[in-house]
Each structure stands twice: as structure tokens, then as C-alpha cells.
Design a protein. Sequence first.
Lengths: 330, 249
Amino acid sequence: MANDVLVYIEFKDGKPTKAGLQALGAGANLAKSLGGSAIALVAGNGLDAEAATLGAYGAAKTLLASGDAFAQYSPDAVAKLISNQAQATSAVAVLASATSAGKDFLPRAAAISKAGLASDIVDLRAEGGKPVAVRPVYAGKARVSVQASGTLFASLRPNVFPTPAQGGGNTPVTPVTVAFGLADLRALVSEIVAGAAGKLDVAEAEIVCSGGRGMKDPATDGKQNWANLEKLAQTVGAAVGASRAVVDAGWRPHAEQVGQTGKTVSPKLYIACGISGAIQHLAGMSGSKVIVAINKDPQAPIFKIADYGIVGDVAEVIPALTDAFAHALR
Amino acid sequence: MNIIVCVRRAPKTDARIKAGPDGKNYDPAGVEYDISEYDKFAIEAGLLLKEKLGGKVTAISVGPKDVSRDLRNVIAMGADAATLLVSDAAHDPWATASALAAKIKALGFDIVFCGQTSVDSQSAQTAPILAELLGVPCATVATGLEVADNKATVQREIDGGKREKYVLKLPAVISCQKGLNKPRSASMKGIMNAKKAVIEEIPANAPANLVNVLKMDMPPPRPAGKIVGEGPDAAKKLVELLRNEAKVI
Ligand SMILES: Cc1cc2nc3c(=O)[nH]c(=O)nc-3n(C[C@H](O)[C@H](O)[C@H](O)COP(=O)(O)OP(=O)(O)OC[C@H]3O[C@@H](n4cnc5c(N)ncnc54)[C@H](O)[C@@H]3O)c2cc1C
Ligand SMILES: Nc1ncnc2c1ncn2[C@@H]1O[C@H](COP(=O)(O)O)[C@@H](O)[C@H]1O
């Protein structure tokens, strides 16, 4: 139906991702205000039972693509699938999560469909019977509300839309067939190079503890500070982030950089340690729900946007904070 | 090797941005510009590849007339030629990629480098759309690249600190991420070359946008925060506030 919303949901280890469920929830809300329903789209093998559970999160039905083309992840396969199903369902909007995979396959899908894509959106609503998406631009200094001339494709920023509560029953799962196989795809993952095991990604974590130049060089006088920060992160289940100054100095890997030229994060809690709060850093984290800053300089700009601040030396404050969290979370 | 580098000019990252009189685009008054940060990695990738395998690096941009100055800088860094597809319009990624694709097809190409995202529009779409329009494989957010035997082996970051490896048959489009290389500055010889270089300027042949801006506004300002205290003694109070007031733990 022309008022239905198609939502592609990523699975990880056989389960829908949290970001995927958030997209589904947002899609169900949009569909409701447009008088249509949310259709979940899943790709992978052996997911039949789990795919049915998406009904509990707002899907009216689930389309499941499996087989040779999805035995191994390929952005091209997912893009073709989404584009095919966008057409088959005549959806008014096509959604996916703005994860590293989503940012990779959704532009391809939109291009195949010759449809407009709004990337990394933070709000989605219906206006005059058409979907409108809101997305940050200029590193979050401004936002634009956009509409598409035809179907609106949109990738939803993780952790911005609420994770829908579980309720209701299973959906019927309809298998969809695709007219392509592995051999027709242009790009296939040839290998996954593991990072440090069990490492949380800054862009997905619910809590991020970031360190800046005030943490000092981990090879010399900052060694203990960074060990303390890792311990804090472990205690609260956070990912470690970093300012660009720290990444450029080679103190931390660039995958951890938060900011305009790093990752955009919107965790429920962001703890900035020894970070001054340059505009390019704020660009990446000012969407966090609650911001805490620890800095020895009471005039540091980070305190202007922090909800809570502690003026002090990271060497002393971080361990004290870790103890206080450990005590509170016990 | 016929190497193409797509370069976008964007407001500097510390520019003050406010909505202009039309309420849809930013007000350009007082805004200074630079080449979008990630495009510097794309330019460097192109230059390194040319140094290794030989060939020609052509920089292409869609933008207003004065972007030719930025393209001249790319020549100063070592590019051989540059084309400006002149347009004053605010194109969406589809329209931009369409204009780029038409010119790139005409030039012929083995590899096209883009930035992984522009720092202003932050769409991260142009490279994959370009690849679809050119009918060639694409890898985005590359942090590692090797080109040999008409194949590009690309590493890209995925969530959780892991990296995926792709092997793409050339021609291909690759979008570049920080960490791929260390962008160089212009050399003396490059600056001399750039002075004499002729930047090709032709009107951009772009279709209508598929995404239309209804309005631009500013995010709501964050409410003023508070200093909980000084030194390690404030830690306990902070955790209490996070639990009972902010309710985040
Ligand atoms: C094009 C461009 C893009 C950029 N992109 C990014 C980006 O994506 N992310 C990013 O972060 N930056 C980015 N930057 C850089 C940015 O402008 C700043 O230079 C950078 O964020 C500063 O990092 P910092 O806060 O760690 O260091 P500094 O600015 O040096 O601040 C260090 C802070 O630590 C405090 N301090 C020192 N010692 C202690 C102590 N013992 N205890 C407690 N506090 C202490 C100091 O008071 C100071 O406030 C970009 C810049 C440009 C030009
Ligand atoms: N106007 C433009 N001219 C040339 N290349 C562009 C233009 N806009 C975007 N690009 C390229 O596409 C990349 C991603 O841009 P975007 O899709 O806007 O995030 C940029 O880093 C450039 O390499």
C-alpha cells in the first residue's frame, strides 16, 4: 500500500539489533500517522523464528530474504533487495539504521531506486500526508527538515529514537525471492579483520568516556590516566572515545575519535575527561542526553555545554568517579 | 592509471552557521571555506597511487565559480588537471553525483576517490551513488588501500572496531576515511605549476534534487549545566545526581 513504511532491520548473531528495533519503532509510528503499516525486511539464513518476533515491536508483517546471495554479507545484495522491495511494496518511506553497514548499503539502494535519501536523521514525522525527516548538518550547528519528491529513503541515527517496548504477537513471515546470486554482486567481504575482542564501538555505546590532551601521553606521564579511564569505562559498561588532538598525537586509534571529523555519538551519558570542548569536538557529541565534563580549568568551554562538571585533575577525579560508580552500581 | 578525485568546497569547520533569509540554506555572510576535510585523504590517495603506478590525477568539483581557487590548490598539491562543474545551486547528493558521473564517464577512469562524507552536508552518499551511476563497484569509509593487478583491496571500518576487507575489480569508486594516509601540503614546484594551470570550467549538468529542504533551523540550545564541585570529593555527588536527577544510571 502506498502508505506503508518499509524498514530494513539488521541482525547480529541471529537477533535484531537495538538500532534496528529503534528504526522499526519509528517506522511504525510514521506508518500510523500516514494510515499505513510497517513492513519489516530482514535478510539472512536461519532467521525465520526470530524474524517473526518483530511483530512485537510494531511490524505488521515481515519479509525475509534468504539464500545464496545472503550467505555472506554484501552491501550490494542488501541494496538490491531493499530497492526491489521498495518497489514491490510501493512503500512511501524506506528506513534503515545509520550504522556503518546502513550508511554503506542504503545510498546504493536509494540510487538504484532513483529515490532521495536523508542520511543520519534524528526525527521523523508526517506533514500533510507525507513523511518529513530532520537531519543535522554543518556538524550539528544546524538542522534541516526534508521531504523527498518520491519515496523517502532515510537512515536513522542509532540511540536517538526510542527502542520500542515489546508487546503484541508475532508477525507472519513472507519469504521473498531475489533474482540474483553471489556471482552477480560487485562487492563481497573477503575477510573480517577483528579489532580488540569485545570492544564497544563509540557510535553505538550507551555510555562513552572520552579522553583529551589533558590525559597526557599514554607512553609516559599519562599511562596511569588512560588505564584509569579504561577502568572507568569497564565499570560503567562504556566505550572509550577520544578527542582529535589525542588521535593525531597517536595516543589512541582514530576509530575512537569523536567530533566533526570523527564519529557522531548520542549516548545517554558522555563523560569528557581533559577535553577543552572545541567546536569540532562538540559537533560529534552535543546530541548526548547527559554530558559530564572533568577539566582542571573552570573556564574550559566544555563546561558551557556540560550538564554536570567537576573542576579538577583527571588523575584524581577519574579513580574517585570509578569508585563512586562501582559503589552505586553494586 | 586514470585517477579521479572528487573535491567539495565546504564552510570551514569552525564557521558560524545560521539560517539565511530563505530559511532553507545557511547565510553565507562571513563564512570562510576550505576543501572538505575528508577530501584531503581522497586527494592524497590519488597522488600516492599515481606515484606508485603512474598515470594522471584529475580533480573534479561541482560548485560556484570561485571554487576554481580551491582546485588550483589541489594542482599545487600534485594533481595534473582540474575541472569545475560550475553551479550556484544547492544540489542534493543525487544531483551532485549525476553531474560528476557525466563528466567522469567522458573523461574515462580507472579509480575514483571521494571523501567518506562532506563536513557540511554530512550525507555520505555521493560515492555510492556515483558508483551506481557509473555501474562499478564501491567501497566506502576506506582506511586501508592497496592497488595491484587491476584490483583494489580496501579495508573499511565497521562497528565494534572491526575491519572488513573488500577486493574490488577496477574501475571502482572508493570513499576515504581519516587514517588512510597523511595528506601532504603543496610543494614549491606544485605552486609554480598551479599558477600556470588552466582549470576547465563548464556548466554543471545536474538533474533536479530528489531531496528538498523545507526549512533550516538551529538545534535547541542545551540548558545551562552546573559545576558539581571540585576535585575527587565531588565524584560521589556527581554519581548521585546522575542516578536521581538525570536518571541515566
Ligand atoms: C577541520 C578540523 C576538524 C576537526 N575535527 C575534530 C574532531 O572531529 N574531534 C575533535 O575532538 N577535534 C577536532 N578538531 C580539533 C579541535 O579543534 C581541537 O583542537 C581538539 O578537539 C582539542 O582536543 P583536546 O580538547 O583534547 O585538547 P586541548 O584543546 O589541548 O584541551 C585539553 C584540555 O585538558 C585540560 N587539562 C589539562 N590537564 C588536565 C588535567 N590534569 N586534568 C583535567 N584537565 C586537564 C585543559 O584545561 C584543556 O581544557 C578539528 C579541527 C579542525 C581544524
Ligand atoms: N559538490 C561536489 N563536488 C565534488 N565532489 C563532491 C561534491 N559533493 C560531494 N562530493 C564528494 O562526495 C563526498 C561525500 O559527500 P557527501 O555525500 O555530501 O557526504 C565528498 O567528500 C566529495 O568527495
